[in-house]
Design a protein around this ligand. Structure first.
Ligand SMILES: NC(=O)c1ccc[n+]([C@@H]2O[C@H](COP(=O)([O-])OP(=O)(O)OC[C@H]3O[C@@H](n4cnc5c(N)ncnc54)[C@H](OP(=O)(O)O)[C@@H]3O)[C@@H](O)[C@H]2O)c1
Length: 328
């Protein structure tokens, strides 16, 4: 089979399209014929092994898993002896932030990282529906949202940000989204009630106060946003922040109460991928979530896709289509 392979960490130029052996599923795994995958920010960080501590998982000196890729959609081609919830022929999608090896024509994965695709969506749309929405869901369910509250989402056009705005809609809160001029209509269509154009205005100087600030692009900090939070307000970031401060602030801010008016920072670790995928599937079927797509690349042009995604300006998701003929 064809697969994207890398044997050393580095820029996207370390990636090569190669012929490799088709994998065989273990007892608790399924073999998937990949139809679509994505390039996301996790993939970009993984191939460069940045931040450095990622190497504790991905391999200290060189990648343990030589085929990258975390999101996927495709068809089940074989199942291990112990697999009970999926069968050959099922159309499935899923995600593994520890590495799914989905930048290939075939991949194997444990059944608990895979669910049946929602009806009536394309493989590309399904592949793009997992990571951003999984993180958005895991961030939202770590805080206590109440109807009528005010929430600001910075980076509302990214994979995580665009999913966050859509998922927040369900909570009947007022959403202020921060994006660039060209994306104002898009974020309104996703459900934002108010938009701040970051190329003209600094949202951290906004006169309105918020119950929650979700920074889904990691361009602010708790201290910059503290004064736009209401007393008891919560700051949440998808990014580690300068000197990894977002890892430590959740431990420190509770100790500073009431000096900081009971405001606090949280930094959730997303878990339970299958739980998220099940919820995302339901939201797609109820027309409450649709992954935003920026553009598509064929697998053989994946280096171009990585170079585009790592610039940090993609709008939603970048899909990689995987052909199963002699074209590649
Ligand atoms: N916690 C985790 O496990 C985890 C996992 C994946 C990613 N992340 C982090 O989460 C962040 C977002 O990931 P993502 O995949 O959603 O990113 P992404 O798709 O690359 O999105 C970034 C978005 O933010 C917009 N943007 C750029 N500069 C901005 C600014 N100053 N203010 C507001 N918006 C701005 C970009 O559009 P324009 O440039 O056109 O404005 C783009 O749409 C990244 O920092 C990533 O490292 C964390």
């Amino acid at each position: 089979m064809k697969a994207i392979v890398y044997t050393q960490y580095g820029s996207p130029d370390v990636l090569r399209l190669k012929d490799v052996e088709k994998p065989t599923p273990r007892d608790d795994e399924v073999l998937i014929r990949v139809r679509a995958t994505t390039v996301n920010r996790t993939d970009c960080a993984t191939i460069r092994a940045k931040p450095f501590f990622m190497r504790m998982v991905t391999g200290l000196f060189k990648p343990k898993k030589q085929i990258p890729g975390t999101e996927f959609a495709g068809d089940i081609e074989a199942v291990g002896k112990g697999v009970s919830s999926l069968k050959i022929g099922d159309k499935v999608f899923g995600f593994d932030d520890q590495g799914a090896g989905s930048h290939a024509q075939y991949m194997t994965i444990k059944e608990d990282k895979v669910v049946i695709m929602p009806d009536k969506i394309s493989y590309g749309q399904a592949a793009a529906s997992s990571e951003g929405a999984h993180y958005a869901y895991n961030f939202i369910n770590k805080v206590d949202l109440k109807a009528g509250q005010h929430v600001l989402v910075n980076g509302a056009t990214g994979a995580i940000g665009s999913a966050t705005v859509q998922l927040l809609k369900d909570f009947d809160v007022t959403i202020t989204a921060v994006c660039a001029t060209k994306n104002i209509e898009l974020v309104k269509s996703l459900g934002a009630n108010k938009v701040i154009n970051y190329t003209k205005d600094d949202f951290t100087k906004d006169e309105q106060n918020y119950d929650f600030v979700f920074d889904m692009v990691g361009k602010s900090s708790f201290f910059k946003c503290k004064h736009i939070l209401k007393p008891g307000g919560v700051y949440l970031s998808s990014d580690l922040g300068y000197m990894w401060q977002n890892l430590f602030l959740p431990l420190i801010t509770p100790l500073l109460q009431p000096l900081i008016s009971h405001k606090k920072a949280v930094f959730p670790t997303p878990t339970d991928i299958r739980g998220s995928l099940g919820l995302i599937k339901r939201l797609i079927e109820q027309n409450k979530f649709k992954a935003v797509i920026d553009r598509e690349f064929p697998l053989e042009h994946i280096v171009e896709a990585y170079k585009y995604v790592e610039k940090g300006h993609k709008i939603g998701n970048v899909i990689i289509t995987v052909e199963h003929n002699d074209k590649i």
